[in-house]
Ligand binder design. Structure first.
Ligand code: AMP
Length: 224
């Protein structure tokens, strides 16, 4: 494939981050997760972080005009010349339209939008049990990947915390936000023939295998 411009779509907790990191290693492409970018900005206390925090803390979305510039700058950069993997962007129709304009301006197009389908109960279970290292961001799960010592990071010994946006009320709000504002992107990209669905209830390895298989099929189709 000449370039691989990929979007990972799905509710919070569908495993986009896990798959994004794997794909980044497989394809040697930059992986841009807007949630990570915004959390780093909050941590650094930048203007972006200060603006974003207000919206992130209650499970809402930061305004389109704030986030669009952040992603456009990365897509235009030299690191993205061979492609990119987006996780958490676009999250609204407005963002998707801005991305389409940006790609057209660069004379490029999206390769595929991979939807990792996961139902709300599973999301609650996955995110509600998540524990994050307060120091290095390493993630554990009380059921699926428990730390050796309760609430202590195996990697650096720092305290494990429940991220503010992984608290049950905020998870419910994030899901509501997803259904209201992000789910319309499923039809948007389906109509453009770009949407590929993957069953997110499978194990991370199986989800990864399915994504790689569908990308291989796309490559074959491109060669025909
Ligand atoms: P995530 O880690 O992707 O679930 O993102 C965490 C939070 O960051 C979200 O709940 C939003 O408040 C904010 N955020 C991340 N990406 C976007 C985006 N593309 N548009 C608006 N807000 C975003």
């Amino acid at each position: 494939m000449s370039e691989l411009n990929l979007i990972l779509l799905g509710p919070p907790g569908s495993g986009k981050g896990t798959q994004g990191e794997r794909l980044q290693e497989d394809f040697h492409l930059p992986y841009y997760a807007t949630g990570d970018i915004l959390r780093a900005a909050v941590q650094d206390g930048t203007e972006l972080g200060v603006t974003a925090k207000r919206f992130m803390d209650d499970g809402g979305l930061v305004p389109d005009e704030v986030i669009i510039g952040v992603i456009a700058a990365r897509i235009e950069g030299p690191d993205s010349a061979d492609g990119f993997i987006l996780d958490g962007f676009p999250r609204t129709i407005g963002q998707a339209e801005a991305l389409a304009e940006e790609m057209a301006k660069l004379g490029r197009s999206l390769t595929a939008v991979v939807l990792i389908e996961t139902d709300d109960d599973e999301v609650q279970r996955r995110l509600g049990g998540r524990r994050t290292c307060a120091k290095n961001g390493h993630i554990f799960h009380v059921d699926f990947d428990p730390p050796k010592n309760e609430d202590v990071c195996d990697v650096c010994g720092a305290r494990l915390v429940v991220r503010d946006d992984d608290k049950p009320a905020v998870i419910a709000k994030r899901l509501e936000t997803y259904h209201a504002q992000t789910e319309p992107l499923v039809d948007f990209y389906e109509e453009k023939g770009l949407l590929k669905r993957v069953d997110g209830s499978l194990s991370p390895d199986d989800v990864g295998d399915r994504i790689r298989a569908l990308l291989a099929t796309l490559r074959l189709e491109e060669e025909l």
